[in-house]
Design a protein around this ligand. Structure first.
Ligand code: UDP
Length: 496
C-alpha cells in the first residue's frame, strides 16, 4: 500500500504567527503539489482562528484546516478570544499563553487518531517555538519535529538567549553581553522587554519551558533570508545548538496580494479611499505608522506623536488603536459608533478636524491595508514597532523604517536593522520612555527629506532585491537561497 504523508502545522495563538504559518502552508502546497502528490498539509488551531483562516484560502486549495476543541472561558478569557489580537487588555496576553498549553490532550488525540486510521501514514510536525510542548509528543510517536520561528534569526537568538539565561535581569550594568553572541554585541537594559526585566514568573515559566523544549527539535526553520542575516544565523546556531537551520523567508506575499485577504480582518478604512489618498501625495513623501496587531502606546505618546507629525507637515497614515489603559473601550463596553469621540480623547484638541479632508494626515481605525500602503510609491518610511512581519513587509518593498520597539524581540530587530543593515533609525523604545514632539518632528523630517533618509532608502532597496532573489527561480534555473531551503525541507520530509 502506498505511503501517504501529512505535514501538520501548528502555530501559536497570535495573528503575527498565524499569518506566516498560513503563508508557509501555501508555499509547501505550491512546492509539493505536482512533484509529491502523496503529501497533504493540515493546519491546526482553535475554532475561531480556523474560522477566520477559511476565507483566506482559495477554493482550489487542498490545505486542510482543522480546529481543536477549545473553551477560552475556562482560562479566564472572554468567549471567542482565542488570539492575542482580540484580548481585551494586555493582562489577558499571558492567559492566552497558558491556554495554548491546555490544547495538549486534544492535539495528541488528533495525531494518534490519524495514525490509527491509516497505519501507512507518515506524519511530520511543524510547530511554533511557543507550542513546543509538542516536541515530547513527537518523540514519543517517532514523528519528525520541525520548530518554526516566525521571527528573524538575530531576534530569535537574542530572545531565546535572554529567556534561557534570565539572571541577566539582575545585572546592574547598563550594557550587558548576551550568551551565544560575540562579546562586542551588547544590549542596553532598556532593550529588554518589560516581562524580561521584571522577570514575570508566568512569562518565565511559559517561555523558558517552551524554548528549552524547542532546542530538542530535529530541525529549525526561520522566516528570514540568509543573505540579510549572516550574524543572526551564526548566533542562532550558537544559542540553540540545532545544527540544521533552514532560512525559508520572507513569508510575505511579494506580489500584489491584498492585506485584508491575508489577515482576514475588517479594515478600518475603505481600501480604495486609502489608496486614492496616497495617490495624491508625492513619491516617498508619506510616513506610515502602525504598531502591529496587538501593541499600543500611551495617551502621552499619542499626543506627542500627533503634535510632532502636525508640526513637521510631513504627510502620514496612522493606524490608531486604543491606548494602554483604555480597557473599557477594548472590552467592548463602549460602542464602536462612538469611536471618533473616543479618538478625540487621545489626540490633541481639534487634531482630527484639522486632518480630516486634508493631504496631511489620514487616520485609520485599528486595521489598515498595510501591504498595499507599503507597496504604494508615495510611502517613504514606516514608523513601526518592528514586529518581524512588518519588518519583512517593509524591506520587501524597499521602505526604510523608523523604529519604536515595544516588546518581545522587537528591540533586537530594531538593533539589527540599524546596526547591521542601516535601514532604520530608532525614535523611541518601550512604553516607559517619554517621547518629545520636537524629536518626532526632527526624525520624520530627517527620514523623509534628509540625507540620512536617502541613505536608508538606498540600503532598503538593496534589501528588496536580495529578498526578491532569495525567492526567485533564476534565469539559468538556479534557485534563490530561501527557495532552495524550502526544497531541502521537503527533502527532509521525504527521507524520513
Ligand atoms: N497588519 C495589517 N494592518 C494593520 C496592522 C497589522 O495588515 O493595521 C498586519 C501586518 O501587515 C503584519 C501583521 O499584521 O502582517 C503584524 O505582524 P507583526 O509581526 O508586524 O506584529 P505583531 O502584531 O505580531 O506584533
Amino acid at each position: 500500500m502506498a505511503t501517504s504523508r501529512n505535514i501538520i502545522l501548528f502555530p501559536y495563538l497570535a495573528q503575527g504567527h498565524l499569518i506566516p504559518f498560513l503563508d508557509l502552508a501555501r508555499l509547501l502546497e505550491q512546492h509539493t503539489h505536482h512533484q509529491f502528490p502523496s503529501i497533504s498539509i493540515t493546519l491546526l488551531s482553535t475554532p475561531v482562528n480556523i474560522q477566520n483562516l477559511h476565507p483566506l484560502l482559495p477554493s482550489t486549495s487542498k490545505i486542510h484546516l482543522h480546529s481543536l476543541p477549545f473553551d477560552p472561558t475556562a482560562h479566564g478569557l472572554p468567549p471567542h478570544v482565542e488570539n492575542t489580537d482580540s484580548c481585551p487588555s494586555p493582562s489577558h496576553l499571558a492567559k492566552v499563553s497558558v491556554a495554548s498549553r491546555s490544547l495538549q490532550p486534544q492535539f495528541e488525540e488528533f495525531i494518534t487518531d490519524q495514525l490509527r486510521t491509516d497505519p501507512n501514514l507518515k506524519l511530520y510536525l511543524i510547530t511554533d517555538v511557543f507550542v513546543c510542548w509538542t516536541v515530547p509528543i513527537a518523540k514519543k510517536l517517532s514523528i519528525p519535529h520541525v520548530v518554526f520561528t516566525t521571527c528573524g534569526a538575530l531576534g530569535t537568538a537574542a530572545y531565546m538567549s535572554l529567556w534561557l539565561h534570565l539572571p541577566h535581569r539582575q545585572t546592574d550594568e547598563e550594557y550587558f553581553p548576551v550568551p551565544g553572541f560575540p562579546d562586542s554585541f551588547r544590549l542596553h537594559r532598556s532593550q529588554m522587554s518589560y516581562a524580561n526585566r521584571i522577570a514575570d514568573e508566568t512569562a518565565y515559566k511559559f517561555l523558558n519551558g517552551q524554548i528549552r523544549l524547542s532546542l530538542q527539535s530535529d530541525l529549525m526553520i526561520c522566516n528570514t533570508v540568509k543573505e540579510i542575516e549572516p550574524l543572526g544565523l551564526k548566533v542562532l546556531h550558537n544559542v540553540t545548538g540545532i545544527s540544521m537551520i533552514y532560512t525559508i523567508g520572507p513569508l510575505v506575499p511579494l506580489g500584489e496580494e491584498k492585506s485584508y485577504q491575508r489577515a482576514g480582518k475588517k479594515l478600518g478604512i475603505n481600501r480604495e479611499a486609502c489608496l486614492q489618498w496616497l495617490d495624491m501625495q508625492a513619491k516617498h513623501s508619506v510616513i506610515y505608522i502602525c504598531f502591529g496587531s496587538q501593541n499600543t502606546i500611551t495617551v502621552g505618546h499619542m499626543l506627542a506623536l500627533a503634535e510632532g507629525l502636525e508640526s513637521s507637515r510631513i504627510p502620514f497614515v496612522w493606524v490608531i488603536r486604543p491606548p494602554i489603559g483604555a480597557e473599557k473601550y477594548e472590552a467592548g463596553e463602549i460602542d464602536e459608533f462612538d469611536e471618533k469621540q473616543q479618538m478625540q480623547k487621545w489626540l490633541p484638541q481639534g487634531f482630527i478636524e484639522r486632518m480630516t479632508g486634508t493631504k496631511q494626515g489620514l487616520l485609520v481605525w485599528r486595521w489598515a491595508p498595510q501591504l498595499e500602503i507599503l507597496t504604494h510609491k508615495s510611502t517613504g518610511a514606516f514608523l513601526s514597532h518592528c514586529g518581524w512581519n512588518s519588518v519583512l513587509e517593509s524591506l520587501s518593498r524597499g521602505v526604510p523604517l523608523i523604529g519604536w520597539p515595544l516588546g518581545a524581540e522587537q528591540f533586537f530587530n530594531a538593533k539589527m536593522l540599524e546596526e547591521e543593515l542601516g535601514v532604520l533609525v530608532e525614535i523611541n523604545r518601550g512604553i516607559e520612555c517619554e517621547l518629545e514632539s520636537r524629536e518626532v518632528e526632527r526624525v520624520v523630517k530627517e527620514v523623509i527629506n534628509g540625507e540620512k533618509g536617502k541613505e536608508m532608502r538606498s540600503k532598503a532597496s538593496v534589501c528588496k532585491e536580495i529578498i526578491k532573489n532569495a525567492m526567485a527561480n533564476g534565469d539559468s534555473g538556479e534557485k534563490g537561497s530561501s527557495l532552495r531551503s524550502l526544497h531541502d525541507l521537503v527533502d527532509f520530509f521525504m527521507k524520513h
